[in-house]
Design a protein around this ligand. Structure first.
Ligand code: F6P
Length: 361
């Protein structure tokens, strides 16, 4: 007998394409005669047994829609779950409640759509005996064993559009315009949008930058009659001899550090050293909101279909992944905890260098 009931859950930060995956999971499951439960609010929904039967009314029209139809998405972790005891927040392992609730609804497998934090939790749930298939979600593209996470292309598209717009205003004011992108500890968004948007400097965490290198680039452009420059900097980029720039520390969160502010730091330094006016644009959550690009809709749809087909083929504890333009299933345990940084000899870095783009080194 094949599988009869599965559930789908979204975890971590939101990302364009979540709904496209949910839709594809539902539609594919329908074609195999499998019932799908939606889990509200990430893993919290499994702790609180907050699940509902997905139906066509939840799915209709959601392909192009940002956000998630599964309530909120968040970073709640059942292995480190907050509870109030005697007026104090204490953290408990409530993973057995998750398993009990899954059994209560006779759910035989779980499709978990998430980034590395969520997939990590999914791996631990798999260790407790619940079959899992993960779907790699994040604008950061920082998940190992897949060439693309869905959401990344949409973020790159927003950042590239921003660079186009910054070009004309930079030119009109003879300024240095700095665009700070998201990406956490990796520079994929900055690298791709920097190439797509024609940046003069691309600064990424994988290549620590030297101030002189950036200044030299700006001055060389001035000497060549180009009185403006465009810099794209990933939020996790740092000077060769300095530290990352932390925007906030969120106590109790599994990922405590939120990065941000490096763009303004760079602007101040350039102004001090060159007397050229600088302005910084921090793109922030604009990169995560709104409608997914066609590429992301297609990728998310392929991932959703493949997740269910993987389960039907009785392959469990996998993550669907894109390799050589094919969707395959890799072992979840191989993926979790592995970073996916930009290789310093990535072809796009080499292309950028050939085009005389400064990487700050
Ligand atoms: O991982 C996605 C991401 O958008 C990162 O690029 C960014 O550093 C972080 O999440 C921001 O998190 P939050 O939405 O909690 O501010």
């Amino acid at each position: 007998m094949g599988m009869k009931r599965i559930a789908v859950l979204t975890g971590g930060g939101d990302c364009p394409g979540l709904n496209a995956v949910i839709r594809a999971v539902y539609k594919t499951a329908q074609s195999y005669g499998i019932t799908v439960y939606g889990v509200r609010n990430g893993f919290r929904g499994l702790v609180e047994a907050d699940v509902f039967l997905l139906g066509p009314e939840h799915i209709s029209g959601i392909l192009p829609r940002g956000g998630t139809v599964l309530g909120t998405t968040n970073r709640d972790n059942p292995f480190h779950y907050p509870a109030l005891e005697a007026g104090q927040v204490v953290y408990k392992d409530v993973s057995q409640t998750v398993i009990a609730n899954l059994h209560k609804y006779e759910i035989e497998a779980l499709v978990v759509i998430g980034g590395d934090g969520t997939l990590n939790i999914a791996g631990e749930i798999a260790d407790l005996g619940m079959p899992i298939v993960g779907v790699p979600k994040t604008i950061d593209n920082d998940i190992a064993y897949t060439e693309r996470t869905f959401g990344f292309d949409s973020a790159v598209s927003v950042a590239t559009d921003a660079l186009d717009r910054l070009h004309t205003t930079a030119e009109s004011h003879h300024r240095v315009m700095i665009l700070e992108s998201m990406g956490r500890w990796v520079g994929h968004i900055a690298l791709h949008s920097g190439i797509g948007g024609g940046a003069d400097c691309i600064l990424i965490p994988e290549i620590p930058f030297k101030w002189e290198s950036i200044i030299n680039k700006i001055q060389a452009r001035q000497q060549a009659g180009k009185n403006f420059s465009i810099i794209v900097v990933a939020e996790g980029a740092k000077p060769f001899d300095g530290e990352i720039t932390v925007a906030r520390v969120i106590e109790g969160s599994p990922e405590k550090i939120r990065l941000g502010g490096v763009g303004e730091r760079i602007a101040k330094e350039i102004e001090q050293r060159t007397a050229i006016e600088c302005r910084t644009t921090v793109l922030g959550h604009l990169q995560r909101g709104g409608s997914p690009t066609p590429y992301d809709r297609i990728l998310a749809t392929r991932y959703g279909e493949a997740a269910v087909t993987t389960l039907v083929q009785k392959k469990v504890n996998k993550m669907v992944a894109l390799q050589n333009d094919r969707i395959i299933a890799v072992d979840l345990k191989d993926v979790v905890g592995k970073p996916n940084p930009v290789a310093v000899d990535h072809q796009l870095v080499l292309t950028g260098r050939a085009l005389d783009i400064c990487f700050g080194d």
